[in-house]
Design a protein around this ligand. Structure first.
Ligand code: GLV
Ligand code: MN
Ligand code: MN
Length: 414
């Protein structure tokens, strides 16, 4: 029976949907800018819902605008199996980060729907709200509130740069599709499977088609506010200034040096840096910047993250500084049962596979805290991701979907 499921995966249909979804928020350089809860994402959600309805899946959503597309199982009393990822992107994102996992899940659900006997459990394709955290920080908001890791009330007041709150943005998304059934936020789940592009180059370099993900490295994110005083660039002597940019540059320099390691295992990124008022003849009065720190070793991420506030304080000069931690996710390992289940499906289908740890973050992290969770990766050309040039091979996309379909079908029958 399982082989019958994977044979029904239609690689052309999957690829066509990937290309169609990429039209929502398409950029000039072949990528996607589909920020969480944006107009582009509303349109992409509508396309997903149309595909789902056309193959007999029932759409529903919750107060966090997580989108579920359900293939009903034989036993309605059993907790469903969730499969999916996210469809929001970075501002200069690619076509496949997240979108691949959702559309591979849709393809898997379609293949399973074509098998004569439905699985015992309902299978729900899910698109989690705001995985990327680019417009509203931190990311993985939908999966965090679904799993109770964060409270809905905590995320509602978060604002984007234009001052729009998550609450208002959620309302526009939910209002745009009033015909989609609403469900409670958070319900019992039997398991979660997420397929994703690797976003690194291990599979490509070692020549494997699929990665069975062992776990996810730890991540801490911070926001730093440096407060000085605006003053006249022509009349204010250098010694009299409280220049927020000069202080922030000293902090960045100290942080970059402290976070450097010979083995190059620490991931340390300052990806956002805002200067105010950002005017050529005004001494900067404020700087706001982000810190993204990642490591696989819990003691290292603990030690390095804990040093950040002190480093900023000791280099602030005459300015004030406030360091706020937005998120602290420890390194994690997925259960061996799920890893060997995915590896077993790949083995049976004759698809080459290896195990690897994910350096990138995924919604699977939060699902892991509440249900049996597993992930699989497909190769991503030259490891390029969070970049409009992101690219994958159609044959790999199809292979990943075949494994996902097998793995989901078996789990939904347990
Ligand atoms: C996910 O997009 C991440 O930043 O790891
Ligand atoms: Mn992603
Ligand atoms: Mn991403």
């Amino acid at each position: 029976m399982p082989a019958e499921v994977s044979q029904r995966i239609d690689g052309h249909r999957l690829w066509q949907r990937l290309m169609d979804l990429a039209r929502f928020g398409a950029t000039g350089k072949g990528g996607v800018c589909r920020l969480a809860l944006s107009r582009e994402e509303i349109e992409a959600r509508a396309a997903l819902v149309n595909w789902a309805r056309s193959i007999g899946l029932k759409p529903s959503t919750d107060a966090a605008a997580n989108l579920f597309l359900s293939l009903e199982g034989r036993e309605s009393g059993l907790a469903p199996l969730l499969i999916g990822s996210h469809i929001d992107s970075q501002p200069t994102g690619g076509k496949f980060d997240g979108a691949y996992g959702v559309l591979a899940a849709l393809e898997a659900a379609q293949a399973i729907s074509e098998v004569p006997e439905r699985p015992r459990r309902t299978i729900e394709v899910v698109a989690w709200m705001n995985e990327e955290g680019s417009r509203f920080a931190p990311g993985m908001m939908g999966s965090a509130v679904f799993t109770g890791k964060r409270k809905l009330a905590e995320i509602l007041p978060v604002r984007d740069r234009a001052g729009v709150t998550v609450e208002d943005a959620l309302k526009s998304v939910l209002d745009a599709a009033p015909d989609i059934a609403r469900r409670p936020l958070g319900f019992p789940v039997a398991g979660f499977l997420e397929a994703h592009i690797e976003q690194g180059r291990t599979l490509q370099d070692l020549g494997y088609t699929v990665g069975v993900v062992t776990g996810i490295q730890g991540k801490r994110t911070f926001r730093v506010d440096v407060i000085g005083e605006e003053s006249h660039a022509g009349t204010t002597p250098r010694r009299a200034r409280r220049d927020a940019l000069t202080s922030a540059v000293a902090m960045v320099d100290a942080l970059q040096k402290a976070m450097w390691d010979e083995g190059d295992t620490v991931r340390f990124t300052i990806g956002m840096f805002e200067v105010a008022p950002n005017a050529p003849s005004v001494v900067p009065g404020k700087v706001h910047f982000s810190i993204d720190l990642r490591h696989d070793d819990s003691t290292i991420i603990e030690r390095l993250g804990n040093a950040i506030a002190g480093l900023c304080d000791s280099t602030r000069g005459k300015c004030d500084v406030a360091v706020r931690e937005l998120l602290y996710d420890a390194p994690l390992q997925f259960p061996e049962g799920m890893r060997s289940h995915i590896a077993g499906c790949a083995e049976r289908l004759g698809i080459s596979h290896m195990r690897l740890q994910s350096p990138a973050g995924h919604d699977a992290r939060y699902l892991h805290y509440v249900c049996s969770t597993g992930m699989l990766f497909i190769p991503c050309k030259d490891g390029i991701s969070h970049n409009e040039a992101e690219s994958i091979a159609p044959a790999d996309a199809s292979a990943g979907a075949r494994i996902l379909a097998e793995a989901a079908f078996e789990l939904a029958n347990q």
